[in-house]
Write a protein that binds this ligand. Sequence first.
Ligand code: MN3
Length: 227
Amino acid sequence: MTAIITTVVSLSGTGDVAASGNTNGTIYDFPELGYAYSALEPWIDAQTMELHYTKHFRAYYDNFIKAATEAGLSGMPVKIILANVSKYPAAIRNNGGGYYNHALFWENMTGDKQEIPSELRTAIEKDFGSWDAFKTSFETAAKTQFGSGWAWLSLGSDGKLFVSSTPNQDNPLMDVAGKQGTPLLALDVWEHAYYLKYLNRRAEYVENFWNIVNWKTVLHRMKEAQK
Ligand code: MN3
């Protein structure tokens, strides 16, 4: 999993993100999934994962590269672009968000069921009152996001964890977000993320998400954000 976490670092880097393994002449990697399409079954089916990764994600990536090149932003770290996204064309917001959000999402899932690291559990209990209160808050954000979007656990600039949802491909890094922070955990609630298996039952998809969260990655992101 080391390589996966390195990708997070390069996505959120501050300029010295020399390309490793990309072929497009930019600093933006198309990250490996890090596990098999079937690894998250039965909670997310292999066909959904393959389509989501090879088609949807690839399209956001390709369109982001194109939009970033046209806007003269090639080479600027994604995190910096997103933090100033209101200045840029809509194609940057939609595709840069789609690229960044999915890269986080792939990395914060795993087929190896994990215990929640005590350090993370303690931080969540402190800021949400209890683990169940956090879970309920996150599930509610995911279930009630109208239309397409994402649910998030993030670290705010006040040092506190918070849950939010964003429409479309927006995320908490963006200057257009209702509440800004560093994303630690992402859940895609676009229909393409669950419709083949769950049809219209978004709530069931959301509740099953807990079976596949990579809590080690979430903790790693929290510690990076606290630096
Ligand atoms: Mn998606």
